[in-house]
Write a protein that binds this ligand. Structure first.
Ligand code: KG4
Ligand code: ZN
Length: 330
């Protein structure tokens, strides 16, 4: 049995997990920094990096204890090496390097986006390559043709804001608090999605990309007008995002026959209305719809350990000189 230790520290969650090469999750733990960042309405990089330093080593000890294992019994160390807030990424990567060096284990530097991209296969081992992936998180909004570990084609990306960022900014504008995504989803459930006329940027255009900046400005004008309730604005905003995601995703589904499934990953995939809309789209194309369970959608270390497992099986191992990268496209 090959056991992979995964470390995640690229944003505001510190996490460690132990996963087997067969995809069994032996242990996973997460320390969220939500409270530390809440007063600022967003992640403060310096506070995040310091919090990762404090939290990571105890989390590693805790998952080893949970699984009743010692570091010696771990076969591979996988750590997020980017993209993300560089201070946090360095904490996780250097910790991974130190553990790999001390215990004489191979190190795998994982792209955080690859962690999200492969996480659906941890949840559903029957999912085969290639699949069409909608990756929607705080920093990204992309459509990827996923062909295997390390083998991706980026079909579309955002030309301005990421979808999660749009949720977070909308929450801030509406005074719904932090983190924004779940707060907007909750408010939207009590509102009327048709109440506020909002744009659907780039929908119906020939180009493949996403854009949310114009939507954000329209939300700001709607909020400032005093004409609408926060619930109605939240519901109308969420529907506009859904319409954009569905239109762009459908465009690729129409081109890429031969994909085995429509898959969604990333923090925004925790949104139930977005999931439901994607599920209906997949059904129209006679494709299975695969979405990881909610805890696997948002940042965690099990997905990093799993990406490490897939890369290890493909012979993709790194050496101790591998750099931390704030920017790192898949
Ligand atoms: O993948 P993730 O945990 O972190 C990275 O960005 O890598 O994604 C976090 C993003 C945040 O922008 C958050 O507001 C959004 O995912 N999010 C949601 C929901 N839960 C989290 N957006 C919409 N609806 C949700 N329920
Ligand atoms: Zn993420």
């Amino acid at each position: 049995m090959t056991i992979i230790l995964g470390l995640e520290s690229s944003c505001d969650e510190t996490a460690a997990a132990l996963v087997t090469a067969e995809g069994k999750i032996l242990a996973h733990r997460l320390a969220t920094q939500e409270e530390a960042h809440r007063p600022y309405g967003g992640v403060v990089p310096e506070i995040a990096a310091r919090a990762h330093v404090e939290a990571l080593a105890p989390l590693v000890e805790a998952v080893l204890a949970d699984a009743n294992l010692t570091l010696d019994q771990v076969d591979v160390i996988a750590a997020t090496a980017g993209p993300g807030l560089i201070g946090g990424v360095m904490v996780g990567l250097v910790t991974g390097k130190a553990l790999a060096h001390a215990a004489n284990k191979p190190l795998i530097a994982v792209n955080h986006l690859e962690g999200h991209a492969l996480s659906p296969r941890l949840a559903d081992p029957s999912l085969q390559f290639p699949y069409l992936l909608l990756l929607v998180s705080g920093g990204h909004c992309q459509l990827l043709h996923v062909r295997g570990p390390g083998d991706y084609a980026r079909l579309a990306t955002t030309i301005d804001d990421a979808s999660g960022e749009a949720f977070d900014k909308t929450a801030k504008l509406l005074g719904l608090g932090y983190p924004g995504g779940p707060a907007v989803e909750q408010a939207a459930a009590k509102g009327d999605a048709k109440a506020v006329p909002l744009p659907r940027p780039l929908v119906g255009t020939a180009e493949p990309h996403f854009s949310f900046a114009g939507l954000k400005s329209a939300v700001m004008r709607a909020a400032q007008s005093g004409q609408y309730s926060a619930e109605d604005i939240a519901a109308s905003f969420q529907q506009a995002v859904i319409d954009c995601l569905i239109d762009r995703t459908e465009k690729q589904l129409a081109i890429h026959d031969g994909v085995t499934a429509l898959v969604v990953a990333g923090g925004v995939a925790a949104n139930q209305s977005i999931r439901a809309a994607l599920q209906a789209l997949a059904a129209r194309y006679d494709l299975p719809f695969v979405a990881p369970p909610l805890w696997l959608c948002t940042d965690n270390a099990a997905m990093i350990a799993w990406a490490g497992a897939e890369r290890y099986a493909a012979g993709l191992v790194d050496d101790l000189t591998v750099p931390a990268r704030p920017r790192w496209p898949l």
